[in-house]
Every structure is written in structure tokens, then in C-alpha cells.
Design a protein around this ligand. Structure first.
Ligand code: PEP
Length: 264
């Protein structure tokens, strides 16, 4: 069993939801619930991260102060500064207290031209600034149906990590998110999630060796909720989850945190 070698992380992806005022309200609901889960698990819940819209980041950093909840962004530019109107850089995020950043989410790949190359550049920029990247990979429905999930995910992993040293790779979190399961209510079975997360770990082993691969957190994401979370996170290679819809309701999100904390 290698599960104990790595941190289970439950990260909420709020997407384009919640104004700063609503952010404050949801965090105020979450803090005592997360504390209660920790108290039921000898003082520590799994790592809990909320990835909020850019306009809510400063509010969120202030609101989580004194709690164990970490704050993440949902995207980052790969340059540190310059003529990139409308973009936000990794040093900007770091300076306001952001700790995590989602990179290459399928919605960014589908709607905003994200490629494996830009995922790689953003991952490097995040690492350079001291942010923890949550790198998203996953196949489209037709790719799964054509039985090329393995090729697609292997390629995404190889390109995302191109030119990244093993000491930096060990800091990265990966989210396996089959695109057909995101926001659709259609969850991968626990076996499908395990198979893909194991495949990712095998690819990381080929790139960096077993001890680095065994230390990297590989989450599952795609319609994870209070009901199906326990079965998914119990799998050997599934180290928590990236949660969209269910992260917007404090009770549902807490149930998922509880499942990942119990399963540690
Ligand atoms: C996501 O946005 O990364 C996600 C997994 O969304 P949902 O949980 O709503 O499917």
C-alpha cells in the first residue's frame, strides 16, 4: 500500500461562481465544518483547497486565515509580467497568499485554446513562483470510445512535465478528469478512475522513478459528490478529488472531505 506516502487533497473548483461577498459567506460556512472533520480524524482532515475566481482570491485568502483551508486560482499566465492584457501572473498570485493553481482544466482546453504546450509553460511558471500546480488531464468521450484513453492521457502527462526536474515534479498535483464526466452527472466508475490514476502513476514512474511517482498526489475529478466520493477515494491510486458543482455547497463539499479524510 503506497497511499500513506502521499497527501490526499480535496480541491473545490468554484469555476465562474461566487462574488467576493458570496465567497465570504461560503467560507464562513465551511470553516467550522472542516474543523469538525479534523477533530474526528485525530486533528487532521485531508488537505482542503478552494479554487475561487480571480476577483474572490484576496477575499478568500483573508477569510480562510487561521483555518487549515488553502486558496487556489483557476488559471495563471506563463509570463511573470509584461504586455499580456487581462492576464494574471504566478508572482501576482503568490504575493497575495494564493498557494495552489489549477492548470489545463478541460474547460480552458475546450473554450480558451489551452494546449499541452501552454499547460507545460504555466506549470513551470507556477513552480518557479512557489505555487502548487494542479495539472488537469483526461480524455474526451469519443477518445474513450475509440479506446485511446491511455495514449491521450500518457501524451498529456509527458508534455505537461517536459523539462521539469524530479524535485519540481514531486511538488505537482495531477487531477485525472475524464472530460465526459465533468459537470455531466456522469461519474467514472471507481475502477475506471483507479485504472487511469494508476496509468498516470506508471507514466510518472517512467519519467521520474518509483519513489517520486509514489509521492505525487493524483486526484480524480468529474461529478464527484457526497454519495460517490467514498468509493472513489478509497481506491489505491486515487488521492482525493477535484470537485466542481458539489464544492459550491458547504455540506456536500464537507461530506467529500470527510470521505477522503476517513480513507487516509
Ligand atoms: C471540475 O470542474 O473540475 C469538475 C470536476 O466539475 P464537476 O465536479 O462539476 O463535474
Amino acid at each position: 500500500m503506497k497511499k500513506e506516502l502521499r497527501k490526499a487533497i480535496i480541491a473545490g473548483n468554484w469555476k465562474m461562481n461566487k462574488t467576493p461577498v458570496k465567497t465570504k459567506t461560503l467560507i464562513a460556512e465551511l470553516i467550522p465544518l472542516v474543523k469538525e472533520v479534523a477533530s474526528q480524524n485525530s486533528g487532521s482532515a485531508c488537505e482542503v483547497v478552494i479554487c475561487v475566481p480571480f476577483t474572490s482570491l484576496a477575499t478568500a485568502v483573508e477569510a480562510v486565515y487561521g483555518s487549515s483551508i488553502k486558496v487556489g486560482a483557476q488559471n495563471v499566465h506563463f509570463e511573470a509580467s509584461g504586455a499580456f492584457t487581462g492576464e494574471i501572473s504566478a508572482p501576482m498570485l503568490k504575493e497575495i497568499g494564493v498557494e495552489y493553481v489549477i492548470i489545463g482544466h478541460s474547460e480552458r482546453r475546450q473554450y480558451f485554446g489551452e494546449t499541452d504546450e501552454t499547460v507545460n509553460k504555466r506549470t513551470k511558471a507556477a513552480l518557479t513562483a512557489g505555487l502548487i500546480p494542479i495539472v488537469c488531464v483526461g480524455e474526451l468521450l469519443w477518445e474513450r470510445e475509440a479506446d485511446i484513453t491511455e495514449e491521450v492521457v500518457s501524451r498529456q502527462i509527458k508534455l505537461a512535465f517536459a523539462g521539469i526536474s524530479s524535485s519540481d515534479a514531486a511538488k505537482v498535483v495531477i487531477a485525472y478528469e475524464p472530460v465526459w464526466a465533468i459537470g455531466t452527472g456522469k461519474t467514472a466508475t471507481a475502477e475506471q478512475a483507479q485504472d487511469a490514476c494508476k496509468l498516470i502513476r506508471d507514466r510518472l514512474t517512467a519519467l521520474y522513478g518509483k519513489s517520486v511517482a509514489d509521492s505525487i498526489t493524483v486526484q480524480y475529478g468529474g461529478s464527484m459528490n457526497a454519495v460517490n466520493a467514498a468509493e472513489l477515494v478509497a481506491k489505491e491510486d486515487v488521492d482525493g478529488g477535484l470537485i466542481g458543482g458539489a464544492s459550491l455547497k458547504a455540506e456536500d463539499f464537507t461530506e467529500i472531505i470527510k470521505a477522503a479524510s476517513d480513507g487516509q
